[in-house]
Design a protein around this ligand. Structure first.
Ligand SMILES: [Zn+2]
Length: 366
């Protein structure tokens, strides 16, 4: 589809532009001694170390947000609206972004405070920080579906009794005990469709976007849900936390080496000097970029397994392919991105690949 190709070309250009801006912002701060200037200004205003760190982090974060705001608007609002993916009014969209920014900002600020508090305590700060981050990640995974999802969606129990029974029976067949099927009001915002199985134990529930209900046949909804159930059966949350935990540890160690390098290069008072914050952010950004192909490659691998599970559980490759085709249309998906783009940016296998795999499974069964 020409529209999809154009949309994704524009989005990729804007993503790269945004990345370039972020790097330029941090490099400029480091190269001009902006970090030192800001740190000495903050030190004159407050003597408490944690207030200095918080002020630095908030000032740097606000500067970055202001710099990238026009790009964020074009990428997240204007362009998706232009291509018919989004119909949420600007006010509602800004409200959602503000909520996300407050949650993300609070978590980010807490992370910076933890790092600088530990930096003042021990040279093994990176090990302690990684332990705190891993614990926080596990806690977030447990509460996110229950506390965070309702901040963005209104959930109502699925009214269609026969579909509900069918989906709960599928969940039972897959060995996942779910307590209910809920519908999220995505259509208020966008036409994109999805489903999820969230929560743990007694809070576990199936969530369907109302867009999925409106556009997909019951067989296709079953296929989408079976994929989500596959994630649960395979313990993907546990596996993900394990892989992320290992990466967090490695990243923290590398960040510590990067910070030591910064102390020597930039003449900081020590690794715990708040003036080093822009440098530390630059190091963290670089480490995040290097990890992209690793984390996305891992994600595509578990997504492929969830697809295989869905096909084996429903035994209905035609419905799976139908659902993929519909998702491609609704989400304006790029069906066949370049291999390089898939490696770096895709958390799921490209759509054409998922369809081809399902079709070869169908061939195998027949
Ligand atoms: Zn998945």
């Amino acid at each position: 589809m020409a529209d999809a190709a154009r949309y994704h070309r524009l989005q990729l250009s804007l993503t790269l532009l945004g990345l370039g801006l972020s790097i330029a912002y941090l490099v400029a701060l480091v190269a001009t001694g902006g970090g030192n200037a800001l740190a000495s200004l903050v030190a004159r205003l407050a003597s408490a170390r944690w207030i200095q760190v918080a002020s630095m982090a908030l000032a740097l974060g606000a500067g970055h947000a202001a710099l990238t705001l026009p790009l964020t608007l074009v990428r997240g609002f204007w362009l998706p609206r232009r291509f018919g993916l989004l119909h949420q009014p600007l006010r509602g969209w800004l409200g959602d972004r503000l909520k996300a920014a407050l949650i993300g900002g609070a978590l980010g600020l807490a992370a910076v405070e933890v790092v600088y508090a530990l930096l003042a305590l021990t040279e093994h700060w990176w090990l302690a920080a990684a332990a705190v981050f891993i614990a926080a990640e596990i806690a977030m995974a447990a509460v996110l579906p229950i506390w965070i999802v309702p901040l963005f969606y209104r959930l109502t129990p699925l009214a269609d009794g026969s579909l509900r029974d069918r989906l709960l029976a599928l969940a039972r067949r897959a060995g996942v005990a779910a307590v209910g099927v809920f519908v999220a009001d995505q259509s208020r915002k966008s036409r994109t469709a999805n489903a999820a199985v969230v929560g743990l134990g007694r809070t576990r529930r199936i969530i369907l976007f109302d867009t999925l209900l409106a556009e997909f046949s019951p067989d296709q909804i079953e296929s989408v849900l079976a994929h989500e159930l596959g994630h649960h059966v395979h313990g993907d949350m546990r596996r993900g936390l394990l892989v992320n935990g290992a990466l967090t540890l490695l990243t923290a160690w590398l960040a510590a080496r990067g910070l030591d390098l910064g102390v020597a290069l930039l003449g900081l008072a020590g690794p715990g000097d708040p003036a080093g914050l822009p440098w530390l952010a630059l190091v963290a950004l670089a480490l995040g970029l290097v990890q992209l192909p690793l984390t996305n490659g891992y994600s595509r691998w578990i997504e492929r397994q969830a697809d295989d599970f869905a096909l084996a559980t429903t035994g209905n490759a035609a419905a799976f392919v139908g659902a993929m085709e519909r998702l491609a249309g609704l989400n304006l998906a790029e069906r066949r991105p370049s291999r390089l783009k898939e490696i770096f940016l895709y958390s799921h296998p490209a759509l054409d690949r998922r369809i081809a795999r399902a079709e070869s499974a169908r061939g195998g069964v027949a």
